[in-house]
Ligand binder design. Sequence first.
Ligand SMILES: C[S@@+](CC[C@H](N)C(=O)[O-])C[C@H]1O[C@@H](n2cnc3c(N)ncnc32)[C@H](O)[C@@H]1O
Ligand SMILES: [Zn+2]
Length: 445
Amino acid sequence: MSIAAIKTWSADYLKHPKRRALSSVPEGERGFSVLEALSATGLRSIRYAKEIENMAYVVANDIEPDAVKAIRRNIAHNGLSEEKVRPSERDACALMYECRDADKQFDVIDLDPYGSASPFLDGAVQAVADGGLLCITCTDMAVLSGSNHPETCFAKYGGTPVRAEFCHEMALRLVLHALQTSAARYKRCITPLASFSIDFYIRMFVRVHSSPKDVKLVASKTAMVYHCTGCRTFTTQPMGKLTQSEQREKFGAAAGPTANGPCEHCGHTMHIGGPFWSAPIHNADFLSRMLQHVNAAEGLYVTRPRMIGMLTELDVPFYYTISSLGSAVRGDNPSLTALFSALLNQGYKVSASHAARGSIKTDAPAKVVWDIMRAWIKAHPVVSKNVKPESPASRILAVEPSITVDFTEHPQANPESRKHKLVRYQENPEKNWGPKARAKRSRHE
Ligand SMILES: C[S@@+](CC[C@H](N)C(=O)[O-])C[C@H]1O[C@@H](n2cnc3c(N)ncnc32)[C@H](O)[C@@H]1O
Ligand SMILES: [Zn+2]
């Protein structure tokens, strides 16, 4: 997946006449540079060197002397030179801070830490070239997607998660927010190209460019979320407002609050999460070009089905799940096709998310979603003893639907990827990918 992402990004990057990769690097060494800041054994760097044609060199860095010894051994074992894969024994932060000048920056920086990438984000957004690519993994999902330690998440990423079905997408958006917050200080902006949630870790491919003008858009790409502890309805609260006309862009304060006290649907307490990155987490054009690389390397990547799912993902933050909607009204879950059809028949957009099975992304207001569930329950009545007084189910079902709901199967309700039962959720994208056991020996021993 990383190789496909870097190849896709580099096809664009190397076309640009101003790029350091094409101008200031002597002929013969042309291509782009990569820093694998936390390299361990160097295996990823070695794969990059062997499989990415336009890469000039990769610096395989690790703070542990034993790791760097292993990097050297692996370079030799794989018949590569230390010019192509350059071993480095440095603290990643110190190294990146030393490489902030344009002539020292790396075109790609890969961060694959044990746990959180947060200590490395500020260095990485400065040490990556203009238009360069950051590849970032975080494995601290208990912090990012759990709700037991919101204070830890806030300390690390500047935002809090909520106990929600969409916690994996929230994790992606919290890291992107942290990254953009750092980048904005240096008048730099991020463009998430592809953002994967894969069970116990997340991996993001993000382009960084310098633009004082675009940094003004950051507030309008940042939001909070209110999430109901009873029925799990959510509503986002933008931090800024951008009004665009042909003549100009106007920035202003966003209207709020979007939730006012207890949940308007079930009366339960709303929790607040964020701030998070509320703009797109994928770039459709990039994903479709990346798919071509994935397709070309059939057998090397098992990422294709997930990416097809990601390509159709609706560009709205967060999702419901069929089971959370069903359990809120204490009834049988509608099929995904029935729910998708009802939303599409009302004229709303709908898609699944790659991050969760049975997920529903939609631009329909929560009121419409609940009206659809009310209509479903009318057609498939719940056992009344399951519905306790004052519960979310009793409050939601006490209201009559205000729309006529049509569950007739809609032609777009059953996307190709689902018809073919492609595996799209929570599967390791590559062999030996994901967190490894932490090395036992410390450099202080
Ligand atoms: C999860 S491993 C990297 C795995 C590697 N990317 C791979 O695909 O095999 C994290 C590595 O980061 C190194 N590390 C931790 N803190 C560091 C720092 N401040 N600077 C450089 N390396 C560091 C550790 O020694 C460890 O080898
Ligand atoms: Zn509620």
